[in-house]
Design a protein. Structure first.
Length: 900
């Protein structure tokens, strides 16, 4: 034992500084001692004065053991345990007082198994518990996955661990010498070192050093993370933001327990978040030491995004050092550990974090998406922005034009949204160009464009609005032609105005992006004006950065000014045929890191239907709902009544595309790995439909999935004619052309009114040759709800109490309606793979001529409560307006009276 110990001490002194594993060097003044505290086993005066052949103790901190072991010394404060160091408490403060030391040795008694000892270690404030294990004798063995027969374990005294988890954190060995030692750190206050033998043994023992290591220890053994913040309610997750990591060395991260052995079966996530578009994250791994040949369980990954399902950028395992550099806005470093594996000669990683501004344009990521015809938007290439000369005289020079490499839009830039070299979206940053007090950025769209601008970060210092940002409709300059010099008038006209002093950072302190600060122009041209102080302050530059995008209203629909990503296509104004796809102007979505939903609404005019055909679709993913283990998937099931998204978790956890009717009915929903063979999915609708593109977890780096859909507005009078005043007539379906796709669905909601101003008996024949269920389509006959009805369904209120339901399988049926029911509402509702084919004929028996001029008598039992909620108010109003043009004013009044 003597030699082993002496060697260990030597090793400690040498290795602590150089190897990748670090530990607190523990050595005292002596050179050829008996043990840590005993200089010589005899030759000194005995403590109680009876004799002079007792042990000689080292000068510093040692006390003689006394009668129990006259030939030995121990650390002052622990001398009562000379013979049996088992089940003891070591308190840092008491030990420091008595021996002057914050470290020492634990040498277990040689116990006969089964048996157990525990050591309670109580650190002082600002200290972590460190254990250096040197020797194990008959302390169980490793069977390939865990320790059997006996073990050593360091655990937090208060940490409640499941029995299974505890078993994983054990060390064992039949006869082991560890040089360097196995190093363990505990960072949660008081800890217990447990030594347990569960099988029969003759002599089981261990030898370790302990240290109450100061967290400010500069040798790395006092490591504690810097610059980051713990993510609450997680085991070991951290967030690092650029704003809290200014200057080299301000941000440091490491595996748990660093530089000691890390705990097994952990997954620690380190999120790096930038506030600026031009910031890159540099991760300098100064040391990586993972167990050899265990790369499947012990490894590091870096992902482009803040989600574990974001694209993989790098994976590390056997590397000893590494430097990774990537653009933001979010990067996720994940550290995974498997079981503890002997010989416990690894300790995880430590890394420094730097956030660097990409000052030059030597390797720009795609900053600008070039202009391209909207329908070909999926095949764009990255080009530079066209930088037209500064517009007006007082813009001193155009430095952007000179700096041709960066593709960054700064002061004096003019970006064209069309033509060769034009750009449809991009980022701007006033820091991209040299300082100037007055800074203008001009965005010039094609005639059918509108411009969207979103501000990410800014800093304005001067009081009373002397520093300001203005986003203006049209093209302007400071005191130039487009500007009449009246600043306050211009300020009133601004789409957006930010007055100094004002500071905005894209994220809040917890790393979440703030709500968007964005505007959409009405016209094709837009100007961003920034006025700043005459000189810049070195540490507090005044600036603004953000993103812009041109939106072609003719082809991409009318932009909704308030929504992040929504457009409307009106049947009368839109081209008859067109295409929509995943948003290409992703620059303005830089600061979205949650769910992204983009919506295209299609509103057919009267006598029109709209056909939407989803032609192409990428694989769609599911985000991992927080707190749910494993990614629960979503799959698509198509039936006669459309395609459905089936998932165990709410739909917003899953990427999906849905076609939704105006009343919220899901006509079709696609998610998961939807098979290309089932495409296209087609929906033809006679009322408004929206296409919802939903990315469960959007990040700027991953950008969601792609799709392509075509739309066409068809002239389809089928649902159009609404009111008949003739006493007999016929309504029948007309065949529409079909695409022949397996998943083609028809959605119809038609309402016809049979109105008469004379008393009559009405007979209705309805027939169909289709053999379809009631669920796929049906025709219902209703009373007229009357003008007094204020049903929540709006238009549905026009249809009063249900009288009869016709389904295709009834084949042919004649309905005799109550006498004096002058006004009847007939509704057709269909969601089916086949177009409903039917014929409705009616005839009246006029009882008595009566030329009433007022509105028709409501049916006696007209009820307001039975309104069916299927109709869309918007469509009713639209239809009503059109009918009014046909001199059917009386009906219009009735309809509107009901709707209000
Ligand atoms: C130490 O404590 C444990 C648990 O309290 C006990 O089982 C064990 O016998 C004790 N060991 C000695 C040597 O007293
Ligand atoms: C190792 O021991 C554990 C605990 O006794 C047991 O569950 C496991 O199956 C054993 N593994 C092997 C490979 O024997
Ligand atoms: C945008 O500005 C250009 C250049 O001044 C001009 O030719 C064009 O008419 C403007 N467009 C609109 C819609 O005002
Ligand atoms: C709709 O079509 C019907 C029948 O073709 C026609 O009578 C009616 O005038 C059309 N309505 C409109 C608003 O065009
Ligand atoms: C309508 O289509 C059906 C089936 O496609 C066909 O049997 C029928 O003859 C067609 N009717 C007309 C009037 O074209
Ligand atoms: C009528 O058809 C619609 C659309 O397919 C369906 O939702 C509804 O349940 C059907 N009504 C009945 C009574 O079957
Ligand atoms: C439906 O029945 C009525 C009377 O029962 C008959 O006059 C009509 O021709 C039938 N229609 C069809 C399509 O069979």
């Amino acid at each position: 034992m003597r030699h082993a110990l002496a060697l260990s001490l030597l090793a400690a002194a040498c290795a602590a500084a150089s190897a990748q594993i670090a530990w607190t060097p523990i050595f005292l003044d002596g050179s050829s001692q008996v043990d840590l505290w005993t200089q010589a086993s005899s030759g000194c005066a005995c403590p109680n004065g009876d004799g002079d052949d007792c042990a000689c103790c080292v000068r510093d901190g040692a006390c003689p053991c006394g009668d129990i072991a006259p030939a030995r010394c121990a650390q002052c404060g622990l001398e009562q345990y000379c013979a049996n160091m088992c089940n003891i408490t070591i308190d840092s403060r008491i030990l420091k007082t008595k021996s002057g030391k914050t470290f020492g040795q634990i040498k277990s008694p040689s116990i006969e198994g089964p048996g157990a000892c525990s050591y309670f270690l109580q650190p002082d404030a600002g200290q972590r518990v460190e254990i250096q294990l040197y020797r194990l004798v008959s302390v169980g063995r490793f069977n390939g996955s865990s320790c059997v027969g006996g073990w050593i374990q360091l655990g937090g005294a208060t940490a409640v661990r499941g029995a299974a988890g505890a078993a994983e954190t054990r060390l064992c060995g039949a006869n082991e010498r560890y040089t360097p030692p196995v190093v363990l750190f505990a960072d949660h206050g008081a800890s217990t070192l447990e030594f347990r033998i569960t099988e029969k043994t003759v002599r089981s023992q261990f030898l370790a050093f302990f240290s109450f290591t100061s967290l400010s220890n500069t040798q790395g053994v006092g490591f504690h993370p810097r610059g980051g913040s713990r993510i609450p309610h997680t085991d070991c997750d951290w967030m690092y933001q650029d704003v809290s990591c200014r200057g080299p060395g301000t941000c440091v991260l490491a595996s748990p327990g660093y530089p000691g052995l890390y705990p097994p079966h952990r997954r620690c996530r380190y999120l790096f978040a930038t506030n600026s578009v031009n910031t890159r994250v540099k991760i300098i791994f100064t040391s990586i030491l993972l167990p050899r040949n265990h790369c499947a369980t012990d490894y590091l990954t870096l992902r482009a995004g803040n989600s574990p399902s974001a694209p993989l950028l790098a994976s590390l395992c056997s590397e000893r050092t590494a430097i990774l550099e990537q653009p933001g806005p979010n990067l996720l470093l994940e550290f995974n550990s498997g079981p503890l594996v002997p010989p416990y000669d690894y300790n995880g990683f430590i890394a420094k974090l730097e956030f660097i501004e990409r000052a030059d344009g030597s390797a720009p990521p795609p900053t600008v998406v070039p202009a391209s015809p909207p329908l070909a938007a999926l095949t764009h290439h990255i080009q530079n922005v066209d930088r037209v000369a500064a517009m007006e005289s007082n813009v001193v020079s155009n430095e952007v034009a000179a700096n041709n490499g960066g593709g960054r839009v700064g002061c004096g830039a003019t970006v064209r949204g069309f033509g060769p070299g034009g750009a449809r979206s991009g980022h701007f940053d006033t820091r991209a160009t040299g300082w100037r007090t007055q800074c203008a950025i001009h965005l010039l769209g094609a005639p059918t464009d509108v411009v969207q601008v979103s501000l990410f970060n800014y800093n304005l210092r001067l009081q009373s609005c002397r520093s300001h940002i203005e986003v203006l409709e049209g093209l302007h300059d400071f005191g130039g032609k487009g500007d009449r010099g009246d600043r306050s008038e211009r300020g009133d006209r601004a789409l957006l105005r930010v007055c100094g002093p004002a500071v905005r950072e894209a994220r809040d302190p917890s790393g979440r992006f703030l709500l968007r600060q964005a505007v959409t122009s009405k016209g094709a041209n837009l100007t961003i004006l920034v006025r700043r102080a005459g000189t810049q302050s070195v540490d507090e530059e005044e600036f603004v950065d953000g993103a812009f995008a041109f939106h072609d209203e003719l082809h991409e629909g009318t932009a909704s000014p308030d929504a992040t990503c929504a457009a409307t296509h009106y049947g009368l104004a839109s081209p008859k045929h067109g295409g929509v796809s995943a948003p290409s102007h992703h620059h303005i979505f830089w600061n979205i890191e949650e769910r992204l939903q983009c919506m295209h609404r299609f509103i057919p005019a009267a006598n029109q239907s709209v056909t939407i055909e989803i032609q192409r679709l990428d694989r769609m993913w599911s985000a991992e709902p927080t707190g749910t283990a494993g990614a629960a998937g979503c799959r698509t099931a198509c039936g006669d009544a459309g395609c459905e998204c089936r998932a165990n978790t709410p739909l917003h956890y899953h990427d999906h595309i849905a076609l939704v009717a105006g009343d919220g009915t899901h006509l079709s929903c696609l998610c998961g790995d939807f098979q290309a063979a089932w495409l296209p999915v087609v929906v033809r609708s006679w009322t408004s439909v929206r296409l919802e593109y939903s990315v469960a977890h959007y990040t700027y780096a991953s950008r969601g999935f792609d799709y392509a859909a075509a739309f066409s507005f068809n002239d389809d009078a089928m649902c159009g004619q609404r009111t008949y005043t003739t006493h007999s007539g016929e309504i029948s379906s007309r065949n529409v052309s079909v695409t022949g796709s397996l998943n083609e669905f028809f959605y119809q909601q038609c309402t016809w009114v049979l109105d008469s101003n004379v008393e009559r008996q009405l007979f209705i024949d309805i027939s169909s040759e289709q053999d379809k269920s009631c669920g796929s389509w049906n025709i219902t006959l209703h009373e007229w709800a009357g003008s007094g009805a204020h049903g929540e369904g709006g238009l549905a209120a026009a249809a009063g109490e249900l009288l009869y339901t016709f389904c295709a399988r009834h084949k042919n049926h004649t309905y005799t309606l109550p006498y004096r029911l002058n006004t009847l509402v007939i509704r057709l509702v269909a969601l089916s793979r086949q177009q409903p084919l039917y014929r409705i004929r009616w005839r009246s028996q006029v009882v008595r001529a009566n030329n009433r001029l007022g509105p028709p008598t409501p049916a006696p039992a007209a009820s307001a409560g039975s309104a069916s909620p299927h109709h869309s108010l918007a469509i009713l109003i639209l239809l009503s307006l059109l009918f009014s043009l046909q001199n059917q004013r009386r009906v219009l009044c009735k309809v509107l009276g009901t709707v209000q």
